[in-house]
Design a protein around this ligand. Structure first.
Ligand code: ATP
Length: 294
């Protein structure tokens, strides 16, 4: 089993892995009275990850990040997670955190949410609190809708605003080519521009999770669905060119992840993925990754 954290030399520091996710299926079932959207989504962690190093200190909060475009103040989800953990558990002292970003930002890959979950899991270990996943997921839900998924990670069917997580026991290794078009998409803008047509027949996630559980890449490709894709393409028309490019190199299913801008396509194996990645690079697309599920 992969180890998702590593102790520092002194016992007061810990490095935690924070993987990205892709949405293999995402349907918006409606708008809730609290303003959130009711979702049904299948999220899957992939082996593209940030790393978060946490160190307990005498007092105060300090956050640094390898990526200049990411805020290092209280708006960072890591900061929120640290503060929440301290409030909920009553632990005293400070935290020095350093984030190495590898997950493209504002790309629909859940980077900030995963970092926040990593902070909760890391502090639980550093402070030897022994909190259960259920307790950590309760805290995670207060930070953001996608954060609870990352407490257990893997692959899961998520409902509600995303916080009602049912893990799926996926044993097969699926491969994907992931393309980041260097465009930052605002998730809020995508949801605000979604037109919920009550007459449209809703898709359900069963084809996707059956494909995953039966180890069928072909069926998985055919079942990929994202209700937000049409909105993201309407708001950011330049995404279509990148999607076409990935489609022309890959016969299998290609789709935007979450609210975008990252686009992924299923491929049979790593070799095929690397070939496609090479071609995309020749065609001038720099930020591409070959990834598989965790
Ligand atoms: P979501 O779908 O939850 O909006 P995303 O995966 O599309 O997320 P993120 O990479 O999480 O996008 O970043 C969205 C915004 O959140 C960024 O523009 C950034 O200002 C802010 N943010 C807060 N904390 C973080 C973090 N730890 N890493 C990256 N961005 C963060």
């Amino acid at each position: 089993m992969r180890k998702a954290h590593k102790r520092g030399k002194s016992n007061n520091s810990l490095t935690v892995t924070a993987p990205a996710k892709i949405n293999l299926f995402l349907e918006v079932l409606g708008k809730r009275p609290d303003g959130y959207h009711e979702l049904e989504t299948v999220m899957q962690e992939i082996d593209l990850a940030d790393t978060l190093t946490l160190e307990t200190t005498e007092g105060g909060m300090e956050l640094t990040c390898s990526e200049p475009g990411v805020p290092c103040d209280e708006s960072n989800l890591v900061w929120k997670a640290v503060r929440l953990f301290q409030e909920e558990t009553g632990v005293r002292g400070g935290v020095k955190a350093h984030l190495v970003k590898r997950i493209p930002v504002a790309a629909g890959l859940g980077g900030g949410s995963s970092d926040a979950a990593a902070a909760l899991k890391g502090l639980n270990i550093l402070h030897a609190k022994g909190l259960s996943d259920a307790t950590l997921m309760g805290m995670a839900a207060q930070i953001g809708s996608d954060v609870p998924f990352f407490i257990k990670g893997g692959t899961a069917l998520c409902r509600g605003r995303g916080e009602a997580v049912t893990p799926l026991a996926v044993r097969h290794r699926f491969w994907y080519v992931l393309l980041y078009p260097d465009i930052r998409v605002s998730t809020a803008e995508v949801y605000n521009n979604l037109r919920i047509d009550l007459t449209t027949e809703k898709k359900d996630a069963s084809l996707t999770y059956k494909a995953l559980l039966s180890n069928s890449g072909k069926r998985l490709s055919l079942s990929l669905f994202n209700r937000l894709e049409e909105v993201a393409l309407r708001l950011y028309p330049e995404l279509q060119g990148f999607k076409n490019l990935l489609e022309s190199n890959l016969s299998d299913g290609v789709m935007i992840s979450g609210s975008g801008s990252a686009i992924f396509g299923h491929c049979e194996n790593k070799d095929k993925g690397e070939k496609v990645r090479g071609k995309l690079q020749e065609q001038g697309v720099e930020k591409t990754f070959v990834v598989s599920n965790l």
